[in-house]
Design a protein. Sequence first.
Length: 441
Amino acid sequence: MAQRKKGRVESSAVGEEAGARTGAGLPSPGSQSAGGQSAGVQSDEQPFVSNCASESAQWETVALTLQGGGALGAYQAGVYEGLFEAGIAPNWIAGISIGALNTALIAGNAPEHRVARLREFWETICQPAYTPPLPAFIEHALFNSGEAIRKTFTALQAASAVVEGQRGFFVPRVPPPLPQGAGQPEKASYYDTKPLKATLERLCDFDRINSGETRVSLGAVNVANGNFAYFDNTTTKLRPEHFIASGALPPGFAAVEIDGEYYWDGGLMSNTPLYEVIQTTPRRDTLAFQVDLWSARGPVPDNIADVQGRMKDIQYSSRTRLVTDMLQRSQRYRHVLREVLDRVAPEHREDKWVKLADELSCSKKYNVIHLIYRQKEYEGQFKDYQFGISTMREHWASGLQDIRASLAQPGWLDKPENDSGFVTHDIHRDSRGHDNGERGT
């Protein structure tokens, strides 16, 4: 493998304090400085870019799997920008909830337009639905006026989302539904997502999504039978409704009707699409970038507001590391079985048990790069519906910072040589040098 010099990029686990202080003052993510590179990034922080594309090309599948998390999803946009600047092009994108919406924006545009479309989407939905947004200098001042003011300001932005909705995303139903009032399933919610459908149709090319250029998978839950469903462009012609259904979290958003069935947010059952990608058959050598928005690890709360936020962390984190541990164990069994079968004498190859073992074995290799958004000190239990512009840019910057730090690590894109053929990397965990027995996200 061509060795990459490790740059001075730090993960947000180490360097997020600076980002927290400057996030509101950042230019739009991906904007260019006079020197021609991303604003705020040192030229010696990106020496890895030239090799990442060729190193990722050794994999049959390069997957980007995106967890749900509402307003936190801007972190995923930052991760994608970092992949794009490194020349890594996912050929399979799987998402749930806000991850499904980011999936539509990535897969529904030509590679050279994807970051711009992501930016346009996030800068649109991070404005109030009806009232004019604050002037940029006032937003910047309030966001950077100390912890107390920042907490109050972001709480007011979350309250604004509840009262009037977000532009191009959702608006309150008028009149609001009565708790016991009978009606249509597609109207049984507090908010209407028709603006989101219009936004997706404006920013995404659904012919491109369905062309097969990139494999696309979306997770949702069938409301009637409670079964988890994946909509995949290899078997289904995907429409805006499929993506909206993946993020239809009740009771805020109504169930979405697709071909006579109603669907809710996939995060109600599983918020991480990684399992779908890794377990697919026929199996392929897979490099997966798993981007989580909720961390299962966190402090024990000591007040009611923090209790609500911690509940969300645990509920929606889906404990990705437990999933990867399970997948690693099962792949180890398949991998070891393949090695044993290679030592079976030719005269026993036709034995029925040998044939069955051959079907169960697998020599494919898997590498999971795990990126997890780390909550900022000022964020409360409303962090998934606090859509402020300054907060969005800070989330985006954190994702970009974390993926750059991950790609700067020598050997992290290599195929594993261990007996399981499966490896995971996490810049927050691995920067500490060991796992510490952690098994959450």
